[in-house]
Write a protein that binds this ligand. Structure first.
Ligand SMILES: *Cc1c(COP(=O)(O)O)cnc(C)c1O
Length: 391
């Protein structure tokens, strides 16, 4: 095991169980577990393997190297889709590795067709339509113009047009008018493809939020990311419990220094936090280089990001530093160096979750887990390893 003191403990049983819950929310669709960004910080290969064990028939990787890493690790069962690449990307390798490619711009179709010819194989493609997000994807004009080209490339054997897909701008606000507009635009895009003769295997639009809150757009495939890791995409509507999810990651570190600290003394850079009484100061070896947001620094009146110590919910005292944070353990605290501090976990023990850190930092839980730094070891455990669930 690593000698780095902090660790991100990832429970693979939680990932399996979350995928099963998501499949139950979308009984008519297959599940694509989105594992981009090192599986939202949870460790690409172990997390993807657990998601597949939980029933994901597809894996989603934003970038080509992520998709290739999955195949290189021997994950050959599920289909893999990748969707974000620049001109000159290694598309031939992706095709040879049996990775499905999104086509979101006219130049991409040209590169995919050329790569398929070079590989001597048929590339499986999903046309991505921008139905209103205003990000990646074909606008309506380019989509209509590209469809015949894609079908011609299919007739020539260079590609197989397996999917039409899109992404929502307001999935976390299920009642938003733009969601409705995008649903209508997506249905029209699918119709246009089918009328032109496309024989689609999968039409897909739903991310985690839509998987959990909008069954009318599950289509053939849902693409949850954050919910696979047990965090709620719609914290204003419900927490993990409400959706049958369990947060998979716990971030923890031992105290490395515990000492008496007098009243009226500052803690950490710039003394943003000043003690009101004699107290005990603790040092936790995790800082902004490890993904602890500097925005979650604290003062006496506005405690920073939560630190769970000995069953007490405390806050970061003063500035978050690069490698460490300080905690005011309170007068008479009995903690010692080596005692465990939990920044976030499942919340089942009354402790904080990644969502609580998101609130403290003014961001979303996605950013909390994906920004855990590379030097923090990911320790994969399996709390169900010996149970019948595995069989
Ligand atoms: C990241 C991503 C998802 C997953 O989104 P969540 O909100 O994490 O469920 C789905 N589809 C696309 C295109 C994405 O980029």
């Amino acid at each position: 095991m690593s000698s780095y003191p902090a660790r991100a403990v990832v429970d693979l049983a939680a990932i399996r169980s979350n995928v099963r819950s998501l499949a139950a929310h979308a009984p008519t669709a297959q599940v694509m577990a989105v594992v981009k960004a090192d599986a939202y910080g949870h460790g690409l290969v172990p997390a993807a393997t657990a998601a597949v064990a939980g029933g994901a028939a597809w894996l989603g990787a934003a970038q080509v190297p992520e998709a290739l890493a999955l195949r290189a690790a021997g994950i050959v069962g599920p289909r893999i889709l990748t969707w974000l690449y620049a001109p000159g990307a290694p598309l031939r390798e992706a095709i040879e590795a049996d990775v499905d490619l999104s086509v979101a711009t006219p130049w991409a179709l040209g590169e995919v067709v050329a790569a398929a010819r070079a590989a001597g194989r048929t590339a499986r493609i999903h046309l991505k339509v921008d139905t209103g997000l205003g990000r990646n994807g074909l606008n309506a004009t380019d989509y209509a113009a590209l469809l015949p080209d894609a079908l011609r490339a299919e007739a020539e054997g260079a590609v197989r047009l397996v999917g039409v897909w899109s992404h929502l701008a307001f999935a976390d606000e299920p009642g938003h008018a733009v969601v409705r507009d995008q649903e209508v635009a997506f249905a029209a895009a699918v119709q246009l493809a089918e009328d032109a003769g496309a024989r689609l295997e999968v039409r897909h639009l739903a991310n985690s939020a839509a998987t959990l809150t909008n069954p009318s757009i599950h289509y053939d495939l849902v693409r949850p990311g954050i919910a696979v890791y047990g965090l709620s995409p719609v914290p204003q509507l419900g927490g993990p419990d409400d959706f049958g999810l369990v947060p998979a990651m716990a971030l923890e570190a031992p105290l490395v220094n515990v000492k008496a600290w007098p009243a009226g003394a500052g803690m950490s850079y710039a003394h943003q936090y000043v003690t009101e009484r004699d107290t005990v100061l603790g040092v936790v070896p995790l800082g902004y280089a490890d993904g602890v947001p500097r925005h979650a620094s604290g003062t006496q009146s506005a405690p920073g990001g939560p630190l769970f110590v000995g069953g007490r919910w405390l806050g970061v005292a003063g500035r978050v530093c690069m490698d460490q944070v300080v905690v005011d353990l309170g007068p008479g605290a009995t903690e010692q160096a080596g005692d465990r501090v939990v920044l976030f976990g499942t919340g089942a023990d009354g402790g904080p979750t990644a969502q609580d850190w998101a609130r403290a930092a003014g961001t979303i839980s996605y950013e909390i887990v994906t920004r855990i730094g590379p030097r923090v070891p990911r320790v994969h455990i399996d709390t169900q390893a010996d149970s019948e669930e595995q069989q």
